[in-house]
Design a protein around this ligand. Structure first.
Ligand SMILES: [Zn+2]
Length: 228
């Protein structure tokens, strides 16, 4: 299946695996699962550098906003640049694009804790985060906060690494596991939740009225879209 980059329209990709053996073992990934998580993080658009994870998120944002242009063109247009956007921790290669928007706010941990955000109700039109929620101790509370800071017509688009052939599990009581790079032992990168096929349930638990999945390459590149 050929993929088109939702960030820039590119069709050429390069691939470099990013997972390491200790993480694969702690996560309990099969060979197939390892291969698609590697693609999610390590298959990148030659033109703009976005990996499949960012491309899936860009696709979800385009779809949520009804944007015909590629994301790197559309976000700067008058129709969208005034959107009030909350980006929670830098959303990979999408961050510079989001930051050119007039109404952009970047909330970075630990100054901004997703579980108790310093923004009034209904502040934003769009909330974006990418591979952040799996590190939050209470992800449902974090999603509740995302909903609270969105206006009634707002939308949340995000990614988490999802292993689609199993259910989500907490790492409570399991040996600690870290994302980032091999050898990382930083509490900020500690994995709290390993997401599975039921990842969308937390969105509903948090009070959103809809949760949708979109895939650029199933199951390597999936994003979640939720509406209040
Ligand atoms: Zn691209």
């Amino acid at each position: 299946m050929s993929i088109t980059c939702h960030v820039c329209g590119g069709r050429e990709f390069r691939f470099e695996p990013v997972l390491w053996d200790e993480l694969v073992e702690a996560w309990g990934l099969s060979e197939d699962e390892r291969a698609y998580v590697d693609r999610q993080q390590g298959e990148c658009c030659q033109a703009c550098g976005a990996n499949l994870r960012s491309i899936a998120l860009a696709g979800a944002i385009r779809s949520a906003l009804g944007m015909e242009q590629w994301l790197n063109d559309g976000l700067g247009r008058r129709r969208w640049r005034k959107l009030r956007v909350l980006e929670l921790n830098e959303a990979g290669t999408l961050s510079p694009l989001l930051q050119q928007m007039d109404g952009h706010v970047l909330g970075v941990y630990p100054e901004v804790d997703m579980q108790a955000m310093p923004y009034p109700d209904g502040t934003f039109d769009l909330v974006v985060h990418s591979d952040t929620l799996e590190h939050v101790p209470d992800p449902v509370q974090a999603l509740r906060e995302c909903r609270r800071v969105l206006g009634p017509a707002g939308v949340l688009c995000y990614t988490v690494p999802i292993i689609v052939g199993r259910m989500s599990r907490r790492r409570d009581g399991l040996p600690p596991s870290w994302h980032g790079q091999s050898g990382t032992v930083d509490e900020d990168w500690k994995v709290q939740t390993e997401y599975g096929a039921d990842a969308w349930c937390q969105v509903m638990e948090a009070g959103f009225s809809s949760a949708g999945l979109s895939a650029v390459a199933w199951p390597a590149a999936v994003a979640i879209t939720a509406r209040p």
